[in-house]
Write a new protein. Structure first.
Length: 224
């Protein structure tokens, strides 16, 4: 194989790789959800194809549902209004309300949502992506859930029919004190009371006291 032919083959391979990446990034049936624990928060990034995100605008009766840099001031605001509907996170049966949400149009013309939720106490949470029900039939989101050190706690695919949610065991925040249990609680000192004196003891002390008083009176009369 000569050098020129080698260069041509390398260029073809590079084009194929770029094409595969583009298809992956713009597939309307595939989105990506990345959730990470960060101190007091759960930070979630949801990335979807531009054509998939337009499904979120249909309920707003938008005339032209295409999302472009030129109309993103309007369409972006409309998408941001739906940010709180993308995910449901519950802990102990209670819904964790999203603290903040934002949306951007990236360089590949994909839509990126950034969602911030308060971090719950250590325990099991239910992580659900209801937005996939609004997408084209067959849509799924590949998710990753990682802790503060980027250790993967759970990952996989969520779909409207086969697997609409997942359960994730969330650890306690780094540096937080451990929960106090009966076994770990420090012992409380118990006051020790002197035992009550018996009747015989009281009689002896009474006799000694009387004798002492009589002796003191005799000494006073003798030497006064």
């Amino acid at each position: 194989m000569n050098f020129r032919r080698f260069i041509v083959l390398c260029r073809i391979a590079a084009l194929l790789l770029l094409g595969a990446a583009a298809v992956r990034g713009h597939d309307p049936l595939q989105s990506y959800t990345d959730a990470r624990l960060r101190g007091d928060y759960i930070v979630v990034n949801v990335t979807m194809a531009n054509s998939a995100a337009t499904a979120l605008l249909k309920q707003d009766n938008a005339g032209d549902s295409s999302i472009t840099p030129e109309n993103f001031e309007l369409t972006g605001a409309m998408l941001k209004a739906h940010a709180g509907d993308l995910l449901n996170i519950t802990a102990g049966g209670n819904t964790i309300v999203m603290r903040a949400g934002d949306v951007t149009l990236n360089s590949e013309n994909d839509i990126e949502f950034k969602l911030i939720f308060p971090r719950p106490s250590a325990g099991t949470i239910k992580f659900e992506a209801p937005f996939i029900k609004q997408m084209q039939e067959g849509h799924m989101t590949s998710y990753t859930f990682a802790d503060d050190t980027n250790k993967i706690l759970d990952s996989g695919d969520l779909s409207a029919i086969d697997r609409p949610n997942t359960l994730v065991n969330v650890p306690g925040k780094p540096g937080s004190p451990p929960a106090v249990t009966d076994a770990s609680a420090p012992a409380v000192p118990v006051p020790v009371h002197a035992p009550p004196a018996s009747s015989a003891t009281l009689l002896v002390w009474g006799a000694l006291t009387v004798a002492g008083l009589l002796g003191a009176g005799w000494l006073v009369r003798r030497f006064m």
